[in-house]
Design a protein around this ligand. Structure first.
Ligand SMILES: *[C@@H]1O[C@H](CO)[C@@H](O)[C@H](O)[C@H]1NC(C)=O
Ligand SMILES: *[C@@H]1O[C@H](CO)[C@@H](O)[C@H](O)[C@H]1NC(C)=O
Ligand SMILES: *[C@@H]1O[C@H](CO)[C@@H](O)[C@H](O)[C@H]1NC(C)=O
Ligand SMILES: *[C@@H]1O[C@H](CO)[C@@H](O)[C@H](O)[C@H]1NC(C)=O
Ligand SMILES: *[C@@H]1O[C@H](CO)[C@@H](O)[C@H](O)[C@H]1NC(C)=O
Ligand SMILES: *[C@@H]1O[C@H](CO)[C@@H](O)[C@H](O)[C@H]1NC(C)=O
Length: 446
């Protein structure tokens, strides 16, 4: 009987299961949008500030050049020295005829009297000596959008109506903080009932400064202004904030809120990646974190490992011997033993680690004959119902068949599929070769 010297090789289809996520994060775009607006606002402020500064410089320059011209004209005609008002300043040192002096009040005070006075030919000053008067900042109704003004010494503060923020309640609460407001409201409520919590690491005092009569309070990064008087900063719960973002999750697995920040954690068997957000499988087989014995092979899986060993099948009328750790071949059949020649020529074993819920369809594995044998090659799927539910076998070219995943497998699971390749000539089967593929599907999609 003719026994074909068939050589079967198999190619593992290496799939890359890199855990990627959250690049196009909608929540983050919203935050970036808000930040851009704040930046615009600051730029506008800066521009107007620089404009005023430049105007003032021009004015001073013109005053100085006038002064220069006039000192030569009327070198020795001066008016009485003028004092700066209390809580204010005087600009201009020359008291000569035709010279001007200007008066300014400190923040929180308003000027009553002449803003500028000129030394006249009569050597008297024009106008009235000004004074600086404490301002009731609330008189001008500075708080917008239903905010309540609270007058304080040299300043005021606004208690904003719901949905508005800013020194004068001029801005709507951005979405980012709207979510926060609920969180911080909850935190504040907790703080109110539990006084100890007000000084915990999640609540800190804000840093306030007074700029031109208005109070600006800021928080450290990761905190947001809270409290009726902006005196406290409450930790931003980033985990909560990004919890429902479709693609915008902060962490691939679990998120842990920390004072001023957050950190991600991974299941056992994974390490947090360098970027702090994803999980990377630990290769237990490479790091001796496995207990596989010498008789076993260690197969690294996502989140774990498996110890496997190949035992050659026991089939009547044929004997198989291991020719490599993952392969069994049939001993030559006795002449005229038909039962023997109909058994598979070889069994090959393959182990694959997969992540859960891998999308389908996709090629999982290819089985090829190294060279043509017989007339035709046939590929078919053997195995149980589970294998048939998830896989099909197709021919991809004359010498190659492929195992296709046709429906996603939810882990954790172990699924076995067998691909049979048989060579046929003149309707006679010349030989068949079995490839057993065992897939260890992890619990997670990473
Ligand atoms: C200016 O006039 C005053 C008297 O009016 C005189 O005492 C002073 O010395 C004069 N100064 C100059 C620089 O001429
Ligand atoms: C905040 O909480 C209120 C109820 O207290 C709710 O109606 C509103 O939708 C919440 N806002 C956000 C952004 O979660
Ligand atoms: C994974 O983390 C553990 C500690 O949690 C560390 O000992 C180990 O070296 C890390 N492995 C890799 C591959 O980074
Ligand atoms: C490795 O250890 C686990 C329990 O820690 C045990 O269930 C498993 O059988 C062990 N495997 C081997 C090959 O000893
Ligand atoms: C095949 O094996 C069975 C049982 O081992 C035996 O009864 C049978 O005779 C064998 N067939 C051949 C053709 O040798
Ligand atoms: C499997 O992945 C699909 C998207 O690829 C997703 O819609 C589905 O919810 C996932 N199923 C499970 C159980 O996670």
């Amino acid at each position: 009987m003719f026994v074909p010297a068939a050589v079967v090789i198999t190619f593992v289809c290496f799939c890359s299961f890199q855990a990627t996520f959250g690049q196009d994060c909608r929540s983050r775009q919203e935050i970036q949008g808000s930040l851009k607006q704040v930046q615009k606002l600051l730029s506008a402020h800066e521009a107007s500030y620089l404009q005023s500064l430049s105007n003032l410089k021009k004015k001073i320059n013109s005053l100085q050049s006038n002064a220069g011209k006039q000192t030569t004209k009327a070198a020795n005609s001066t008016c009485a020295k003028l004092d700066a008002p209390i809580n204010g300043r005087k600009l201009g040192k020359s008291h000569s005829v035709s010279h001007e002096v200007h008066f300014l009040c400190d923040p929180g005070y308003e000027l009553v009297g002449s803003e500028s006075r000129v030394c006249q030919e009569s050597l008297t000053w024009s106008g009235q000596q000004p004074t600086c008067r404490d301002i009731n900042e609330c008189v001008s109704s500075p708080c917008l959008n239903g905010g309540t003004c609270v007058d304080e010494v040299n300043q005021f503060s606004c208690v904003c109506a719901k949905g508005w923020i800013g020194a004068t309640c001029q801005s709507t609460v951005p979405t980012f903080f709207a979510t926060m407001t609920n969180t911080s409201a909850a935190t504040s409520a907790a703080a109110a009932t539990l006084p100890a919590a007000t000084t915990g690491p999640f609540v800190r005092p804000s840093r306030c400064s007074i700029v031109q009569g208005t109070t600006h309070c800021t928080c450290e990064a990761g905190y947001t202004i809270s409290g009726r008087d902006s005196s406290t900063c409450t930790d931003i719960d980033e985990c909560e904030l990004f919890h429902n973002g479709q693609a915008g999750r902060l962490c691939l697995h679990a998120c842990i809120n920390t004072p001023g920040g957050y950190r991600c954690s991974c299941p056992v068997g994974y390490n947090v990646t360098r970027d702090g957000r994803s999980c990377k499988d630990i290769d237990e087989c490479a790091t001796r974190q496995n207990n596989c014995t010498k008789d076993h092979m260690c197969i690294n899986t996502y989140g774990s490992f498996q110890c496997v060993s190949v035992d050659c099948p026991k089939i009547p009328n044929a004997t198989y011997v291991k020719t490599s750790p993952m392969r069994c071949e049939r001993n030559p059949c006795p002449v005229d033993n038909k039962a023997c020649t109909q058994t598979p020529n070889s069994f090959s074993y393959h182990y694959m680690a997969l992540v859960s819920n891998l999308s389908a369809p996709r090629v999982m594995f290819r089985v090829s004959a190294l060279r043509p044998m017989g007339e035709t090659l046939r590929f078919s799927l053997l195995g149980g119902r589970l294998a048939r539910r998830h896989f099909t076998v197709q021919r991809s070219d004359r010498l190659t068949g492929q195992l296709m995943l046709v429906s996603p497998i939810q882990g954790p699971a172990t699924v076995e599929a067998e691909v049979e390749m048989s060579e046929v000539e003149k309707r006679v089967q010349l030989g068949k070769y079995i490839t057993k593929i065992t897939m260890f599907v992890s619990q997670y999609e990473f």
